[in-house]
Write a protein that binds this ligand. Structure first.
Ligand SMILES: Nc1ncnc2c1ncn2[C@@H]1O[C@H](COP(=O)(O)OP(=O)(O)OP(=O)(O)O)[C@@H](O)[C@H]1O
Ligand SMILES: [Mg+2]
Length: 232
């Protein structure tokens, strides 16, 4: 089982969008997929509730909630035995203790980032915290960036990509800015499940992401340049 957490302390950067679309993409490829939601806003769980029973299934767990009475935490958190991908959605403003726990329990951290000055800089702080406080290196957790709401050849995207090169963390997928994501979210679907004419453009992003995950990624937790620049 590959454990993937979608994290960024910055709100609204696309954590739930990435978690739910990746979950639906993996499920549609025929893989047993589970989706944990650690966010009290329960957006991923709400997405799952909208998903029609005929769609390729995603097993959901409201990980933020205490187990129902008479149920142990481990039973509450169990996933089907054949689960191939366990995808976790996390809240904005994750505390440092929670962050360390999450890093210890995950193989890959996907970090969505928007092409804006504020988001770029708060993401850099978050990545430093992951490496220094979350001890991503010690746990051998792989980090990867997903740029979200990108429009090709805008100056903001160019700036974002230049900045990300300095972090030495691979950009493994670029997600288009399109209302398809909003429409899909309402129906508990991934954007690739919509019958839109240009859906193949979005499909490429998710296929690239899954390819990278399946290839085992790169060992980029050990980023000397980032550690040298780290302020704490
Ligand atoms: N690529 C995209 N194109 C268009 N809209 C998008 C895209 N990605 C996200 N959105 C929209 O932006 C909003 C925020 O996205 P999302 O909920 O995924 O962010 P989040 O990081 O999970 O937020 P939070 O920190 O509140 O949990 C949502 O309304 C979502 O539908
Ligand atoms: Mg969210």
């Amino acid at each position: 089982m590959l454990r993937i957490s979608v994290m960024n302390t910055k709100g609204g950067c696309g954590k739930t969008t990435v978690a739910t679309n990746l979950a639906s993409y993996c499920a549609c490829q025929g893989y047993a997929t589970s989706l944990f939601d650690y966010d009290r806003q329960a957006s991923s769980i709400r997405w799952l509730k909208q998903r029609k029973s005929g769609r390729p299934p995603v097993h959901g767990v409201a990980a933020f909630a205490p187990p129902p009475e008479g149920v142990t935490r481990s039973w509450h958190m169990r996933v089907p035995e054949n689960t191939r991908y366990l995808i976790t959605d996390t809240p904005a403003g994750y505390g440092l203790v929670d962050m360390e726990d999450r890093v210890a329990e995950t193989d890959v951290i996907l970090i969505p980032v928007l092409p804006s000055f504020i988001d770029i800089h708060s993401t850099a702080d978050f990545v430093r915290d992951l490496l220094l406080i979350g001890k991503a290196r010690a746990h051998n957790t792989q980090l990867a960036i997903v740029t979200n709401r990108t429009r090709i050849r805008t100056r903001a995207v160019e700036k974002l990509e230049r900045f990300l090169q300095q972090l030495d963390i691979p950009v493994i997928a670029r997600i288009r800015d399109t209302q398809h994501y909003v429409a899909a979210a309402e129906r508990g679907l991934g954007v690739h499940e919509l019958a839109e004419r240009d859906a193949h453009k979005d499909m490429e992003s998710w296929a690239a992401l899954l390819d990278w995950l399946d290839s085992g990624g790169e060992d980029i937790g050990r980023s000397p340049r980032l550690l040298k620049n780290a302020s704490r």
